[in-house]
Design a protein around this ligand. Structure first.
Ligand SMILES: Cc1ncc(COP(=O)(O)O)c(C=O)c1O
Length: 369
């Protein structure tokens, strides 16, 4: 039987995953070690130290959870919410809706404050809802709404959470590593992300950081955390001092992720954020010349996820299929209510390069012709 030829690597300019640098792939290809190997513990320690820098925090409880971004989301609600607690969720896109769904499953009384998709949340409405809420335990929102391309300013919501003595939970899946998150400066109590977007690693881990205040509240629960796998107390015993077996961590992914974090710090956070801004700006200038309009409100556009109205007459699926099959380029379609209405072009991590944007603009021009 003749050897099968592997397909050429894709240029991943969708909503994630994004491209992975060869150095990270090589790290992932090393022979795995055991989950109690001292070499792995060194890697875990390095991951924690480097993640604290990227998150902008001194939180001791900072680690990479096994699972994708949804594992991060699920673990936060599982540990921070007890049945009957009021949880206020700002919803300005598909992933805010997910938070509502998951908080409800853990027994929260969910109060939602909606903003039209394409715009950020209105802090005055959040303040009003917080003032009316009974037993408000947590306020949550998405920093970078991947469904709309909107960047949510976090300071005003952190301020409201502080005033009402509520915890503040943030989804940074499409921001961590691509724009500043600044946990301690802003006053965020819990924040999760994913490795496959701006961090330059394959999917499978959810970076997570939790403040001492939030851990104390979790420790004072009157009911047990329903999820055993994502009970932070048990996970802390593995990542911390005694390294007690909890589950067989995905060693190869963790070694790959350590390499991604090294690359992020070698590039420098400020330089990395500037690269994301620059590449997104070039893309938006290019598509504007082709007559395409941005979906997200001016002033709140993400540098990592660029949402565009479909150009008049363009066939969503046909164009995206041509880009993929003829040019090897992936871009994303609309999610939920935006299906068939927008394209979502990711400029994240390794994918955020002038070369990729130039190739996409040329391919898009041809595919639309
Ligand atoms: C903002 C946001 N939150 C959560 C998720 C879920 O992450 P995952 O698909 O890695 O589980 C995504 C995925 O795209 C996302 O964009």
């Amino acid at each position: 039987m003749s050897a099968q030829r592997l397909p050429d690597p894709r240029i991943l300019l969708g909503p994630g995953p994004s491209c992975v640098p060869p150095r990270v792939l090589e790290a992932m290809a090393r022979a795995p070690v055991g989950y109690l190997d001292p070499e792995l513990f060194e890697a875990l320690e390095e991951i924690q130290v480097r993640l604290r820098t990227v998150f902008g925090t001194a939180n001791p409880f900072t680690l990479a959870l096994t699972g994708t971004g949804m594992a991060g989301m699920e673990s936060c609600f599982a540990n921070l919410v007890e049945p009957g607690d009021t949880v206020l969720i700002g919803v300005h896109g598909f992933f805010g809706e997910r938070m509502v769904e998951i908080a409800g499953r853990y027994g929260a009384q969910v109060v939602r404050v909606d903003a039209p998709w394409g715009t950020p949340l209105n802090p005055a409405q959040i303040e009003e809802a917080a003032a009316r809420a009974d037993r408000l335990r947590l306020i949550a929102c998405v920093h970078a709404e991947t469904s709309t391309g909107v960047r949510q300013p976090l300071e005003p919501i952190a301020e409201i959470a502080r005033r009402h003595n509520a915890l503040f939970l943030v989804d940074a899946v499409t921001s961590l590593g691509g724009l500043p998150v600044e946990i301690d400066r802003i006053g965020i109590d819990a924040c999760y992300s994913a490795t496959q977007k701006c961090m330059g690693c394959p999917p499978g881990l959810a970076p997570l950081t939790v403040s001492e205040r939030a851990l104390e509240r979790a420790a004072a629960r009157t009911s047990r955390v329903v999820s055993w796998y994502y009970d932070w107390k048990l996970l802390a015993n593995y990542w911390g001092g005694d390294h007690m077996y909890h589950h067989t961590v995905p060693v190869s992914l963790l070694i790959a992720f350590r390499e991604s974090l090294r690359m992020i710090q070698e590039e420098g956070l400020e330089a990395r954020y500037a690269r994301h801004q620059n590449v997104s700006r070039l893309l938006m200038e290019g598509v504007a010349q082709m007559g395409m309009q941005p979906f997200a409100q001016e002033g709140y556009r993400l540098p990592t996820l660029n949402a565009l109205h479909l150009p008049a007459g363009a066939e969503d699926v046909t164009v995206r299929r041509r880009l993929l099959t003829e040019y090897g380029i992936e871009i994303g379609g609309g999610l939920g209510a935006l299906k068939g209405k927008v394209w979502r072009i990711g400029t994240m991590g390794e994918s955020a390069s002038i070369r990729n944007v130039s190739l996409l603009l040329a391919a898009l021009k041809a595919a639309l012709a």
